[in-house]
Design a protein around this ligand. Structure first.
Ligand code: S3P
Length: 434
């Protein structure tokens, strides 16, 4: 599928974007492992979260829905999963595979996990290695520590302390999920703050988990008790419209019920440093997660040196932040973001290639990019099957001098079903063509 975008426009209206992807994955995982029935609202009906949902159905969990964001999970308890009949197919979803690696290490059956072309290239040793230290037997059977992954069951796990070399919420969460099945204490120290949805949700399921500074710690052998989960709208999906409204003159939007967990709000901080006009309205807490309505009006942005401390807090938003940088005045420099090279695509190279096609000076560096603002032109860019690259270039059309075609956009459905319809409703001009 490709997107064909006509240039110009402004964004208007009050609207909601789909549910948070990270929280949706975790709601299925913890709901399945809990005792009792967990009701979820606002669940993301995107392919990634649905891959997690299917994996748990394949392991014998009865799950009703999703229907209009509602899911009912009949939890089987920590020891109630059944051996799946086939390898678990996790599609494009790194979160599913890395979190499940930890969870499956605690089962008494063997499992194989596979993924699509992009997931099959992503590094899995980062989670397999600490899990082996806990006693797990895990093989990354791809060429370079990549999927498929085989997890052997029936191996007793013991708690460890792990100092994570990379700031990764997926690795942290994979270890904590294995820790539920381990003897004694499991603790993880992160080199920089990463999203803490697993910790918050474990707490919501009544599981004792403590954190001190950058270390989080739990003891194995407890129980999860079913609960209700209200999934807020995904700030990573809201980010496209936050940038769109900032760069398109005359825009004024309000994105409703967005999760503003402080481990996710780097995009707001970075845009504000660039001069964006963003207000958080009606701040409240919903089911242990902070939520707000986000109002964004257009503003003249200026280039900045992005503070490295904000990188993990905005890690999924850089593709669209690079579009903001292209429309700002002056130069924007990103450093300390080598992780972007191992996301659904090499987001540094793929964005630099696309920006250059559109006439922007974008120089990739090993751990970031240097972008000189300029006039976005027109042309055909390739998303390499990366949902966030496709949506970022869609926003570029708001300021381009001519039409933009974005190729390979089908994976937008992994995180943002209905993106084209919503975008057209609020002021973009996109046609999706097969
Ligand atoms: C996620 C963590 C991040 C993020 C991904 C979702 C999660 O990955 O990029 O989209 O839900 O834990 P890393 O842990 O690799 O940084």
């Amino acid at each position: 599928m490709k997107f064909i975008l006509q240039p110009g426009g402004a964004l208007h209206g009050a609207f909601r974007v789909p549910g948070d992807k990270s929280i949706s994955h975790r709601s299925i995982m913890l709901g399945s492992l809990a005792k009792g029935i967990t009701d979820v609202e606002g669940f993301l009906e995107g392919e990634d979260a649905l891959a997690t949902l299917q994996a748990f159905r394949d392991m014998g969990v009865e799950i009703e829905g999703p229907e209009q964001g509602k899911v009912r999970i009949h939890g089987v308890g920590l020891h109630g999963l059944k051996k799946p009949q086939h390898p678990l197919d996790l599609g494009n979803s790194g979160t599913s595979m890395r979190l499940l690696s930890g969870l499956l290490a605690g089962q008494d059956f063997d499992t194989v996990m596979v993924g699509d072309e992009s997931l099959s290239k992503r590094p899995m040793e980062r989670v397999a290695k600490p899990l082996r230290m806990m006693g797990a037997v895990i093989e990354t059977t791809g060429e370079k520590g990549t999927p498929p992954i085989t997890v052997r069951g029936g191996k007793p796990l013991h708690g460890i302390h792990y100092d994570m070399p990379v700031a990764s919420a997926q690795v942290k969460s994979g270890i904590l999920l294995a820790g539920l099945y381990a003897d004694g204490e499991t603790s993880v120290t992160e080199p920089a703050p990463t999203r803490d949805h697993t910790e918050r949700m474990l707490n919501g399921f009544g599981y004792a988990i403590s954190s001190q500074g950058s270390t989080v710690c739990l003891h194995g052998g407890g129980d999860l008790l079913a609960t209700r989960i209200d999934v807020p709208a995904d700030i990573s999906s809201a980010a496209f419209f936050m940038v769109g409204a900032s760069i398109a003159q005359g825009s004024d939007i309000t994105i409703q019920h967005v999760g503003i967990n402080p481990t996710r709000t780097g995009v707001i901080d970075i845009l504000k440093l660039m001069g964006a006009n963003i207000q958080l309205l009606n701040c409240r807490e919903v089911g242990g997660e902070p939520v707000a309505d986000i109002r964004v009006c257009s503003a003249q942005l200026h280039g900045i040196d992005i503070p490295e401390a904000l990188v993990p807090l905005a890690i999924d938003e850089f593709p669209v932040l690079f579009i903001a940088a292209s429309c700002a005045s002056g130069k924007t420099v990103l450093r300390g973001a080598e992780e972007l090279r191992v996301k659904e695509s090499d987001r540094i190279q793929v964005m630099a290639d696309g920006l250059q096609i559109l006439g922007i000076k974008a120089e990739p560096t090993p751990d970031g990019i240097i972008i000189e603002a300029g006039q976005l032109g027109s042309g055909t860019v390739v998303s390499h099957g990366d949902h966030r690259i496709a949506m970022a270039f869609a926003m570029a059309s708001l300021r381009s001098s001519g039409a933009i075609t974005v190729e390979d956009c089908a994976n937008v459905a992994t995180s943002f079903p209905g993106f084209v319809e919503l975008s057209n409703k609020v002021g973009l001009n996109i046609r999706a063509v097969n």
